[in-house]
Design a protein around this ligand. Structure first.
Ligand SMILES: N[C@@H](CCC(=O)N[C@@H](CS)C(=O)NCC(=O)O)C(=O)O
Length: 244
């Protein structure tokens, strides 16, 4: 009896201690977890969702409803003064802009690299990503379309966006033609793919771009759709997808 009660009390405190430790561990993990401020339909957030998934990094998803104007709130603008998603919070470090976030993740979490080690391939991958994020997306994003709607005409929004997307896609077809393998710069997924995938789907779904003119991008898109890391990052699979 004595033995068993001693055993029981010992066992009980051990259990309590284990639970306490687990709780602290979970709290610490939660605090340490990367946080991504994202909007389900945002192609820039989508890039980072893909990169995080490919690198096998867990993150906490924090929705910012762009249609309700949450990006203009003082709290959000403290994180990113220009008022755009995505924003990544890593501990007490805050970084925004998908290109910068991508580079940060690449250096901080190099275990699964997303930039080729071969220098010319790496430069090409960065070039393709940069075409998407500086020569296509900024010409078709929400703020520009709203401006065109107000200052020119609502009818001009889609033709404007299509013109710039197609111009960029034509360049990407030519640029990647002799370098692509299964993916944009070879047989490994790289930065170019992370940036291309959301732009191709946005072109098709939001702006009705005729992909018959872009056979390479069409083939790449088919390859992306098969990857679970890309599927998980799709707008429709985000927690805020239905609330918009
Ligand atoms: N260069 C920035 C652009 C970010 C950006 O354009 N974000 C859009 C969504 S994809 C946004 O937050 N738009 C809000 C608005 O236009 O008010 C990046 O790559 O992160």
């Amino acid at each position: 009896m004595v033995q068993s009660s001693v055993f029981h009390s010992y066992d009980g405190s051990d259990y309590e201690l284990t639970m306490k430790m687990l709780h602290h561990h979970e709290q610490a993990q939660h605090q340490n977890k990367l946080k991504l401020y994202s909007f389900w339909a945002s192609s820039c957030s989508w890039r980072i969702r893909i990169a995080l998934n490919l690198k096998g990094l867990e993150y906490q998803y924090i929705p910012v409803n762009l249609l309700k104007g949450e990006q203009f709130s003082p709290e959000f603008q403290k994180l990113n003064p220009i008022g755009y998603v995505p924003v990544l919070v890593d501990g007490d470090f805050v970084i925004s802009d998908s290109f910068a976030i991508f580079m940060y993740l690449e250096e901080k979490y190099p275990q699964i690299p997303l930039l080729p080690s071969d220098l010319p391939k790496k430069a090409l991958s960065i070039q393709a990503a940069s075409i998407v994020c500086s020569s296509i997306q900024p010409l078709q994003h929400l703020a520009v379309l709203k401006f065109i709607e107000a200052k020119v005409s609502p009818d001009e929004q889609i033709p404007w966006a299509k013109f710039h997307i197609e111009k960029g896609f034509e360049a990407l077809e030519k640029l990647l033609k002799y370098h692509a393998g299964r993916y944009a710069t070879g047989d490994e997924v790289s930065m170019a793919d992370v940036f291309l995938a959301p732009q191709i789907l946005a072109g098709i779904k939001r702006f009705n771009v005729d992909m018959a003119k872009f056979p390479l991008l069409t083939r790449l898109n088919e390859a992306y759709i098969e990857l679970p890391e890309f599927q998980k990052a799709m707008p429709e699979n985000q927690p805020d997808a239905l609330s918009a």
